[in-house]
Design a protein around this ligand. Structure first.
Ligand SMILES: Cc1ncc(COP(=O)(O)O)c(C=O)c1O
Length: 331
């Protein structure tokens, strides 16, 4: 691992944990299989959200859960609806499953719920809504989602992929109220972002048990390794850590916004842990120049946003370095 590398292309969290990660890892005996029910981590997630343990399903990363949900819930000639520019696994999973899928263009860089509704037909089984949205960082308010859900037929399952929700809400429990009202809602979350455990690979679903029963057969036993289990069980208790992560991220986004406004660069207002900047024909050049300096950011052309770069918020030192480099680049 190159310690000098500034890696801001995958929205990883840069803040050190408050708890002792090494001590936690030492509790694991790698000779044994992981605890097969993922009991402790499911129990802690369940009590955090006030749902039953049976409504919680964990796996090795929400990326894999996206595939499991698609493979398990979409059958025969069922269709999936997703935003045109979105987290790529929605489309990859649909392609592997060989099901029909409809891509809805973004509206003002955000998810277009009206057009999504219009695309629903009798074959629709699954809708992907990421909130905040990756890669653009836009955000749908609860009332917009509720209004949308009221019009979605009950045979359609709606996944709220909330990989970045902890960056928006001081109370990250709010969508549970939505979940309680709508039995076709599936909440998908991850420990990779605000909880700072991307390397441990832990994601989870909160859904009605009937829905979990429909897709869980896709995932084998011992899927979530022992290290992921102990780290996630510890991290979910760290409310102060997540609050600090959120505060730092809010400051970082503000820093970028102010700098980009000073530079006259267009950006998309973000609610997540990254920011999309419009550099037009100069985007790829900036990505390449920064790479030569050991700084990795995402070229929008690889994620459906040609002409943009996506930069994950880093620690303040990293953010200041990037802003300086952008200034130098523009000279
Ligand atoms: C919207 C969204 N969903 C899901 C994921 C997958 O996260 P993980 O597999 O690390 O849980 C990501 C990762 O960047 C994401 O941005």
């Amino acid at each position: 691992m190159n310690r000098d590398l500034i890696k801001l292309d995958s929205n990883e969290n840069q803040l050190e944990h408050f708890f002792n990660v090494n001590e936690c890892i030492r509790m694991v005996n790698p000779k044994n299989y992981p605890e097969v029910t993922n009991g402790e981590v499911r129990e802690k997630i369940a009590s955090f959200f006030g749902v039953t343990k049976e409504e919680v399903f964990v796996s090795h990363g929400s990326d894999y859960l996206i595939k499991a949900l698609t493979f398990g819930l979409v059958r025969g000639n069922s269709e999936v609806i997703m935003p045109e520019v979105a987290f790529p696994t929605y489309e990859i999973a649909a392609k592997i499953k060989e099901c029909n899928y409809i891509k809805i263009p973004l509206k003002n860089y955000g998810i277009d719920l009206d057009e999504t509704l219009k695309a629903v037909n009798e074959n629709t089984r699954l809708i992907w809504i990421s909130n905040p949205h990756n890669p653009t960082g836009t955000f749908l308010e609860d009332h917009e989602i509720i209004e949308f859900l009221r019009k979605v037929p009950p045979y359609v399952k709606v996944v709220l992929d909330e990989a970045y929700i902890e960056y928006v809400h001081e109370n990250p429990l709010n969508t549970i109220e939505i979940y309680k009202e709508f039995s076709n809602v599936i909440i998908l979350r991850t420990f990779s972002k605000a909880y700072g455990l991307a390397g441990a690979r832990v994601g989870y679903v909160i859904a009605r048990t009937e829905i979990i029963d429909e897709f869980k057969f896709v995932i084998g036993p011992f899927d979530l390794n022992s290290y992921g289990q102990v780290l996630a069980a510890k991290a979910i208790e760290e409310k102060d850590y997540v609050s600090k992560v959120r505060d730092i991220n809010t400051k970082a986004l503000k820093l970028y916004e102010e700098a980009l406004e000073d530079l006259g660069l267009e950006y998309i207002k973000s609610y997540a842990s990254f920011i999309m900047i419009n550099l037009g024909h100069r985007a790829t050049k900036l990505v390449e120049e920064l790479k030569e300096k050991n700084i990795i950011i995402k070229d929008g052309k690889h994620i459906g946003m040609d002409g943009f770069v996506r930069i994950s918020t880093g620690n303040m030192e990293q953010n200041n370095i990037i802003i300086e480099k952008i200034k130098e680049f523009l000279k």
